[in-house]
Ligand binder design. Structure first.
Ligand code: IPE
Ligand code: IPE
Ligand code: MG
Length: 261
């Protein structure tokens, strides 16, 4: 395994390098509670959560995980108080500006998913710059889900498919799962093998609704600002202990789902 992550520092975790998830998706939750428990403003939790982002991105890269999606801001998070939303946008902007060099050094490509038109212009520009700068990087793809909603993703895909049908470019009878997958914002990525949600909440909160059909779900009480390399390795170890069946009998996933995953 091409890894600079010293796995021997974690002797209680034995990972099989041949069975690493190809795509890990993370709902980074619990920043506010992390801060509130310390008598701090919620924003302090977001600030600290940025350190977890760096740690997890670098650990995933060191392990050789090809795709990592971070759910950073949902389409519903716009309903939060303006001060918090503004703080999150500033933090995102700072992350994009300060991490660019590091991302280049590590060969990490950044892509963005979601309704990016809703983001403030400064953030959109910084995002576009990072996406363009890192476009040729090959070691790992990090997808930032920003102003992202799983239902909206499906609605957008539906609209594009309907437009193609109305224009006579697509026969409705020819629409299959591959057609839909191609029109989703995640078209360039395999479906997640592993979903991690921190902070003890057991829900999807409008994340990848189509893409998670056969994803292994991992929920941990750890709050996002406390989630680091060790926790990522723990989640992967739990994933490797699962038996994925894809609706078939032991060890014989159907060709169709195997191909999709
Ligand atoms: C996750 O932490 C960050 C975002 C959703 C942007 P929260 O801010 O949701 O923290 P809790 O869930 O209130 O603790
Ligand atoms: C989900 O967390 C969205 C992100 C982590 C970006 P929320 O904190 O917004 O989810 P709910 O409101 O608890 O469902
Ligand atoms: Mg939350």
């Amino acid at each position: 395994m091409a890894s600079s992550l010293p796995l021997d520092e974690f002797p209680n975790l034995s990972l099989d390098p041949a069975r690493l998830p190809r795509h890990i998706a993370i709902v980074m939750d619990g920043n506010g509670r992390w801060a509130q428990r310390r008598g701090l403003a919620r924003c302090e939790g977001h600030r600290r959560g940025k350190d977890s982002v760096r740690a997890v991105v670098e650990a995933a890269r060191a392990l050789g995980i090809p795709f990592l999606t971070l759910y950073a801001f949902s389409s519903e998070n716009w309903q939060r108080p303006g001060t918090e939303v503004r703080f999150l946008m500033q933090l995102l902007h700072r992350y994009l500006v300060t991490e660019a060099k590091r991302l280049m050094k590590r060969g990490i490509r950044v892509i963005a998913l979601g309704d990016l038109a809703r983001l403030p212009a400064t953030v959109r520009r910084a995002l576009q710059q990072t996406v363009e700068l890192t476009a040729a990087n090959k070691s790992m793809t990090t997808a930032l889900a920003l102003s992202y909603g799983g239902r909206q993703d499906i609605v957008e895909a539906t609209r594009r498919i309907a437009t193609a049908v109305a224009a006579g470019q697509l026969d409705p009878a020819a629409i299959d799962e591959a057609t839909v997958a191609r029109e989703l914002s995640t078209a360039a990525m395999p479906d997640p093998d592993l979903l991690i949600r921190t902070s003890g909440e057991i829900r999807l909160s409008n994340f990848f609704l189509y893409q998670l059909a056969y994803t292994e779900l991992y929920f941990t009480e750890t709050l996002w600002p406390d989630f680091r390399e060790r926790d990522l390795l723990g989640a992967i170890a739990a994933y490797q202990a699962r038996e994925r069946r894809f609706g078939a009998v032991d060890g014989a996933p159907s060709d169709r789902l195997r191909a999709a995953n």
